[in-house]
Write a protein that binds this ligand. Sequence first.
Ligand code: NAD
Length: 281
Amino acid sequence: MTARLIDGKAVAAKVRAQVKAEVARLKDERGLLPGLAVVRVGEDPASKTYVTSKRKAAEEVGFYSVEHHLDASASQAEVLGLVRQLNADARVHGILVQLPLPRQLDSEALLLAIDPAKDVDAFHPVNAGRLFQGKPGLRPCTPAGVMRLLEEIGFSPAAKKAVVVGRSNIVGRPMAMLLLAADATVTICHRKSDLPLEIGQADLVVAAVGVPRLVKGAWIKPGAVVIDVGINRTPEGKLVGDVEFEAAAQLASWITPVPGGVGPMTVAMLMQNTLAAARSF
Ligand code: NAD
């Protein structure tokens, strides 16, 4: 292996430590305690795990942290009522509705009901629109975490050719917009793209697809930085990314492992977003 590993676990711990220090300062100087409210509906096991890790991180950095767990049969009106109550709650600066929601609920309508200033997942169209227009605002956690990893390794996207594989609203699209805002020349790839051609020209590859080892190591331009957002479970129960790691590591200058690369950054950036939301009040 010639590539250096990007240690997302260590960077995430550093981000959380910085947030913790800032929380202490805000408390001392302004008497302000940032608050994060997480809404979970039903018994989706993955959601339970995610919410637990978010609450743990929130407590570790010293936030006011509250979880609202509603029954799987909760009605739209009930969840909407809770979101409105949290919008009005001065102790709460960040609201997160954990997806997926049970089938009877309209997720889009619920996400639209969150006050954009408290939308720490940054999935509300107001925040997506602000990012698209190049204006300041809350940024989606996973792509924001990728930008932070790039900063840590001293990679400046300016004037570089960046290829983002995947165009979801959660990762691919906002990732491309963040890289564009950082002055990269950005190509967004999807199912109809010529991946070997595009990736072969990229100084930076961000894979956010959800297909195990789709990006072949041999496609990587020598010296490129490779960021693997994918988290896929193989039939043997192993976690793998969207990139053929071993082969890509022969050519890349830096690469993220899976697990331990981008994964830990998402929750850390959620803490940073909640702090930012609290500061803007
Ligand atoms: P998604 O399914 O919403 O989007 C996948 C995108 O990949 C789509 O835009 C689709 O057009 C594109 N795509 C699918 N097959 C393709 C192919 N063969 N060639 C090119 N493009 C193709 O997924 P998502 O929510 O963006 O997540 C992507 C991956 O990242 C998943 O593995 C997910 O688990 C992972 N993820 C990780 C984190 C984290 O690290 N914290 C957060 C979010 C998502």
